[in-house]
Design a protein around this ligand. Structure first.
Ligand code: AMP
Length: 282
């Protein structure tokens, strides 16, 4: 695996590959502390492209809480080993200055409605920061395909929108959520849970499963109230939101027959850790 930290070196390595091999370039952007969720994106990328490029960059612009940024876990040595094992060919670990040179002024993005609900509403500025780093990375890597996890479903919608707005010739490939055997969605942040919190964390997925199995007997607003009640009975959890939304445009579901496919989306604080998850209801 070729490891680079300068964008000029990266661009050179990728264009060399393109000239020689005439194959597709796939890209997996990450913030590191890799787990099998990231691994599934790399696997998919490897399957569909001649070259698999991954990057590790903890993007300061997308953290709306400095505490979360400062505490974000990193382990570059372990990540390198994992990526090597998965057969990733190029790893880009940019210096902050390479992405945001001094005096850098981020663009202002207009995602309209998409930025006003769920993560957009609860994490002000988050998607502006995500869009900025992904736009810059797309301009450096110029991939044919880029891989994103459905774990961050709203992010996926934002990226699809970004690609349209900027007319990037990049296919966005979405990959299913990878979970622990007890249902907890894999996340780099899980390591920050205490032993007790980790033990009870699958409660979040259990509530989503409950929604999937029982939604038909409730109206969306009654189901929401039911889930809010369940969380209020467990003082360790602080439910930020539970929403049911159209998986196409994230419009909030008022009646189940409003949309062809509806997902349940949840954000919960457990101790010092904020966890998100979602499930397809139908
Ligand atoms: P992150 O490093 O958390 O920014 O995530 C990098 C990419 O991995 C994003 O596209 C995430 O949606 C995806 N990802 C993170 N966790 C999972 C998971 N449990 N299953 C599938 N994809 C994931």
């Amino acid at each position: 695996m070729f490891v680079v930290s300068k964008k000029s070196e990266l661009a050179e390595a990728i264009s060399r590959f393109r000239e020689e091999k005439m194959q597709y370039v796939g890209f997996v952007p990450t913030m590191g502390f890799l787990h099998k969720g990231h691994g599934s994106l790399i696997d998919q990328c490897k399957k569909e492209n001649g070259l698999c490029v991954c990057d590790i960059f903890v993007n300061p612009l997308q953290f709306n809480e400095n505490k979360d940024y400062v505490n974000y876990p990193t382990d570059i040595a372990k990540d390198r080993e994992y990526l090597e094992k998965l057969g990733c060919q190029i790893l880009y670990i940019p210096l902050k200055e390479d992405i945001y040179p001094s005096g850098h002024i981020p663009l202002k993005y207009d995602f309209g409605y998409l930025e006003t609900v769920m993560e957009g509403k609860h994490r002000p500025g988050h998607f502006q920061g995500v869009a900025e780093v992904v736009r810059i990375l797309f301009e450096i890597v110029k991939p044919d395909r880029a891989y994103f996890g459905e774990k961050d479903f709203q992010q996926l919608k934002i990226i699809e929108n970004l690609v349209k707005q900027f007319d990037f010739q990049i296919e966005i490939v979405s990959c299913p959520i990878i979970r622990e055997p007890d249902g907890l969605a894999l996340s780099s942040r899980n390591v920050r849970l205490t032993e007790h919190e980790r033990k009870i964390a699958p409660f979040i997925f259990q509530q989503l499963i409950w929604c999937k199995e029982h939604f038909i007997k409730f109206s969306p607003s009654d189901l929401k109230k039911h889930i809010q009640l369940q969380f209020s009975r467990h003082s360790e959890f602080s439910l930020e939101y539970i929403e049911f939304a159209d998986r196409l445009d994230l419009k909030i579901t008022k009646h189940w027959d409003d949309a062809k496919s509806v997902g349940a989306f949840i954000a919960v604080r457990l101790g010092n850790v904020r966890l998100i998850d979602n499930i397809i209801l139908f």
